[in-house]
Design a protein around this ligand. Structure first.
Ligand SMILES: *Cc1c(COP(=O)(O)O)cnc(C)c1O
Length: 462
């Protein structure tokens, strides 16, 4: 008896003060809605969605502290106090010296890529991210994947699938020369690998190696706190450290960062770029006025910067991360118990279903993950998204990328849904799994030039 009592479950470290009613629809309404949306869940109207797992980006519930911080926003065009609060939070909790607010993560990626990348240069990284790689390419660079092989294997249970394979980096340096590599692009809790962490040990080895060659590390820190929680749970020597301490240590091993505050930092809009180098800051500060706004607001309202500053601190609470990642794990385990094939280990921001294993009768050119996301929506109104061949897009030479992983992402917004919602989601995945053999593929009938997954349209193959 006492043993049971000693092992407590996690529970949400907050209670609800306001709720938003969900929309319930019929199957016939959903069939019509997804057809009109060209079988692309990005083109659905949210009024037709029941539980929205499209993304964890900007879909977080803010706390009462964040909502009240909004009222303190200093909306001065120049020199806003809210900017200085944000700067202070970033310096205190992440340790970067100079910061530039941007409207969201890709705004920071655009500026950073333009400042650091010259035409013909190589940007190695631990798996691509859609907007990150596109900005690297638009700046004239070429992305090279140097993540460990385990990351491309949905069945591997390796605890740090976000790690860099240093041998792959060494090969690139031998081939192109270190002067051709402006920086190594390191994401924490790698989104496209299924929300998988990088270890401090690996990051330290990478730091030593890049230092030897005079190459920077730029940190895509969109999910750094989730990564820190996994380090605390899994890495030797970190059990006694807080998420806050681990986040600081991760950042200290890198030279600069881009951040989408819409994820970890618990807000609905915002981002920033950070650097420890004055020269880089100076050039970025000059570019931000071209693309975003003055360097003391960068496309954000003063109130947005206030909410980010509070959100950064809240995101570093170990209790918050335990409940956040505990909820994702609960959903993943439930789906597994129904036999649904998922990426292992279960990631930080969502459960990733392996569409190749789910629909082995479809070839990758029939867009299995896209078809599966559409089918899930028809079944229950749960909206997920494709992370496979559609998201991977085309190479600069026009050929399709064929990613190893063909996934459907069930992304969990922070502090928004309950455990009972997780049950319903898993049950829907299970019923679609039961009739998987009847699911048909899709053909693409409209393809935009950039980031095609947002606007592409499909029709059902007969
Ligand atoms: C969301 C995201 C971005 C881009 O940020 P936006 O705020 O959507 O522009 C960059 N990198 C990663 C890993 C992300 O998840």
């Amino acid at each position: 008896m006492t043993k049971l009592i000693n092992k407590r479950s996690w529970a949400e470290p907050y209670k609800m003060k306001m709720v938003e009613l969900l929309k319930m629809t019929t199957r016939a309404q959903r069939v019509k809605a997804i057809k009109e949306a060209g079988y692309n869940t990005f083109l659905l109207r949210s009024k037709d969605v029941y539980i929205d797992l499209l993304t964890d980006s900007g879909t977080n519930a803010m706390s009462d502290r964040q909502w009240s911080a909004l009222m303190l926003g200093d909306e001065a065009y120049a020199g806003s106090e809210s900017y200085f609060k944000l700067e202070k939070a970033i310096q205190q909790f992440y340790g970067y010296k100079y910061i530039i607010p941007t409207h969201q993560g890709r705004g920071a990626e655009n500026i950073l890529s333009q400042v650091l990348i010259r035409k013909g240069q190589i940007v190695p990284g631990n798996m691509y991210f859609t907007t990150t790689r596109l900005h690297q390419e638009l700046a004239g660079g070429k992305f090279e994947d140097i993540i460990i092989d385990e990351a491309h294997d949905s069945t591997s249970e390796f605890p740090f699938k976000g790690n860099v394979d240093l041998a792959k980096l060494e090969l690139l340096i031998k081939k192109h020369g270190a002067e051709k590599i402006p920086y190594v692009s390191i994401a924490t809790n790698v989104n496209m690998a299924g929300g998988q962490p990088i270890s401090i040990k690996n990051l330290k080895e990478l730091r030593a190696f890049t230092k030897k060659h005079g190459i920077r590390i730029i940190h895509d820190m969109t999910r750094v706190a989730e990564n820190a929680f996994f380090i605390q749970q899994r890495e030797k020597g970190y059990q006694q450290k807080s998420v806050r301490e681990i986040v600081y240590e991760i950042c200290s091993l890198t030279d600069g960062a881009t951040m989408s505050a819409k994820k970890d930092a618990l807000v609905n809009i915002g981002g920033f770029m950070a650097t420890n180098e004055w020269d880089v800051f100076e050039e970025a500060r000059n570019l931000v006025v071209v693309y975003e706004g003055l360097h003391t607001y960068g496309g954000l309202a003063g109130r947005d910067m206030e909410a980010i500053a509070v959100g950064i601190e809240e995101s570093l609470s170990t209790h918050h991360q335990r409940a956040r990642i505990g909820q994702v794990e609960y959903l993943g385990k439930k789906m597994e118990s129904y036999g649904v094939p998922i990426v292992k280990p279960i990631g930080g921001h969502g459960v990733f279903v392996d569409a190749k294993a789910f629909l082995p009768h479809l070839s990758q050119d029939q867009f299995p993950a896209q078809a599966l996301a559409a089918e899930l929506f028809i079944d229950s109104g749960v909206r997920t998204m494709e992370r496979g061949i559609v998201s991977a897009g085309r190479k600069p030479d026009g050929k399709n990328y064929y990613p190893e992983l063909e996934l459907v992402r069930f992304t969990i917004p922070r502090r928004v849904y309950t455990q009972a919602h997780m049950d319903v989601i898993a049950e829907s995945a299970a019923s679609v799994f039961e009739k998987r053999k009847t699911i048909k593929g899709l053909k693409m009938v409209y393809e935009p030039k950039y980031l095609r997954f947002f606007h592409a349209r499909f029709e059902k193959l007969m």
